[in-house]
Design a protein around this ligand. Structure first.
Ligand code: AMP
Length: 456
């Protein structure tokens, strides 16, 4: 009997052990809708991040960062509880202290919080913010739609004038055109609360007309009384066909909102920025007023029924939000550009990327003593401002030269036993393959002669 039991126990233990081994060798894959950015892709990221950083500095936007995790309530109050982003797509949970928190699904609420929390109304206005970072939305992953993606955002606080709206659109437009992506701006004004009260009633009457309501999707049927303007940007084809003859907000704008909108458009005309008036553009968030805009690649504005998926960026004015979030009344506007979509466009169009590897020097070494001396020389050259690379873990000269060639070095310095004894170093021109023996003490002088103006 006991022998039988023992056998069973042993078999069970063996199975456990086997399962454990299988589990241990199991490979992990990343979560759905999340991406790794691998080495080869970084050249694209460097390009777009540099463009965003340079342009933001030129137009006097200052770099700011905010935490990835914020209070859930921040988004519920600003973005809006009923929006898709908050009600369906947010990654939220209760943390170990019992606080309701969320991974930020958009940047603006955190930036408004920062403006209020740090008393930025005391700074000279407008306060112009430049922000880059990851956002999280639990959407259905597909091409151009991720669950973690990165945005380039600009926000401007404290300037009510149409110039502010126009300047944001100008920077966004320059960002794309300087990356050789042809874009068109879709633009609309959704007025202020007063314009929208009158317009909302008219829109409701329109959608309640016989036969129209029945054609709406389930979500729009629910939204119809709460927020009829949201019906205009629904992506369901049946809802899009119903909206065709709907009244348009531009016909209901109050004098102030109309004048503001016309001025924005005049600036865009003056700057030769191509735009298209889109009466159905409302943007799905609660906080927008007056100007709203989205950016599309030329020719793709209408191609994709699901507009939210093909837009490269979007933004608008949000004059009430700072006050709603506990600050003083402060007009504001901003935009967000999706960097993964921009990079996809650059790849799709095969836009050539110039990599910054001109005129760097590779330092190769031979033998123990050569290696030791090369370590020190590397630091000396780096501190003297040269762009310099090495492969100190390699011993063979052939391998090191191959690596120098692959990396695109302009010159390779070779330091071996013989050179150490003679007090020299070899300077090899990688393009022609010619080599010169140079006095070791004069190497910085010799390199300066050849690489002037191309140091770090
Ligand atoms: P939004 O904040 O929704 O107005 O989005 C602004 C821009 O961010 C869009 O035009 C896209 O370029 C990008 N974006 C938004 N959602 C996603 C997503 N799920 N995946 C990738 N990019 C996105």
């Amino acid at each position: 009997m006991s022998r039988k039991i023992n056998k069973k126990v042993i078999e069970k233990d063996l199975k456990k052990e086997k399962d454990f081994r299988v589990r241990r060798s199991e490979k992990y894959s990343r979560l759905r809708g999340m991406k790794d950015i691998l080495f080869d892709e970084y050249k694209y990221w460097n390009l777009v991040l540099k463009k965003a950083t340079d342009l933001s500095a030129t137009y006097s936007f200052s770099h700011i960062d905010t935490p990835i995790l914020e209070k859930l309530d921040l988004f519920e109050r600003s973005t809006g509880k009923e929006t898709d982003i908050v009600s369906k797509e947010m990654y939220n949970f209760i943390d170990k202290s019992g606080d309701r928190v969320a991974l930020r699904p958009e940047a603006t609420p955190g930036l408004v919080r920062a403006y209020v929390e740090h008393g930025m109304f005391n700074l000279p206005q407008p306060v112009k913010m430049f922000w880059l970072g990851p956002l999280f939305r639990h959407e259905k992953p597909q091409s151009g739609r991720l669950r973690q993606f990165n945005q380039y955002d600009l926000e401007m606080f404290g300037d009510p004038s149409p110039v502010a709206d126009a300047q944001l659109i100008l920077v966004a437009y320059n960002f794309f055109s300087e990356l050789q992506i042809d874009v068109q701006i879709q633009i609309n004004s959704i007025g202020c609360k007063e314009c929208r009260t009158e317009y909302g009633k008219k829109l409701l009457d329109y959608y309640k007309e016989r036969g129209k309501r029945a054609k709406l999707c389930v979500d729009c049927k629910k939204r119809i009384t709460k927020n009829p303007m949201r019906l205009l940007d629904c992506k369901e084809p049946s809802c899009q066909s119903v909206r065709e003859d709907a009244p348009q907000i531009v016909d209901f704008l109050c004098d102030g909102c109309r004048e503001h909108f016309i001025k924005v458009l005049e600036y865009l005309d003056e700057l030769d920025i191509p735009y298209n008036l889109n009466p159905f553009l409302v943007r799905g968030l609660d906080y927008y007023n007056r100007t709203v805009f989205e950016i599309f690649t030329v020719g793709e504005e209408e191609a994709d029924a699901d507009k939210r998926q093909s837009a490269l960026g979007g933004g608008g004015r949000y004059d009430e939000l700072v006050e709603l979030m506990g600050g003083r009344p402060t007009p504001a506007c901003g935009f967000g550009i999706g960097l993964e979509r921009v990079i996809n466009k650059i790849k799709e169009k095969n836009i050539p990327i110039k990599e910054d590897k001109e005129n760097f020097i590779f330092l190769a070494q031979l033998g123990d003593q050569g290696k030791r001396k090369a370590f020190a020389l590397f630091e000396e050259l780096r501190k003297a401002g040269f762009k310099i690379r090495q492969a100190f873990t390699k011993d063979s000269l052939k391998t090191q030269l191959e690596e120098a060639d692959r990396a695109g070095a302009k010159y390779t310095l070779i330091l071996g036993q013989k050179e150490l004894l003679d007090g020299t170093i070899i300077l090899r021109d990688m393009e022609s393959g010619t080599q010169e023996v140079v006095d070791y003490k004069k190497i910085i002088f010799e390199l300066n002669k050849r690489i002037e103006g191309n140091k770090n």
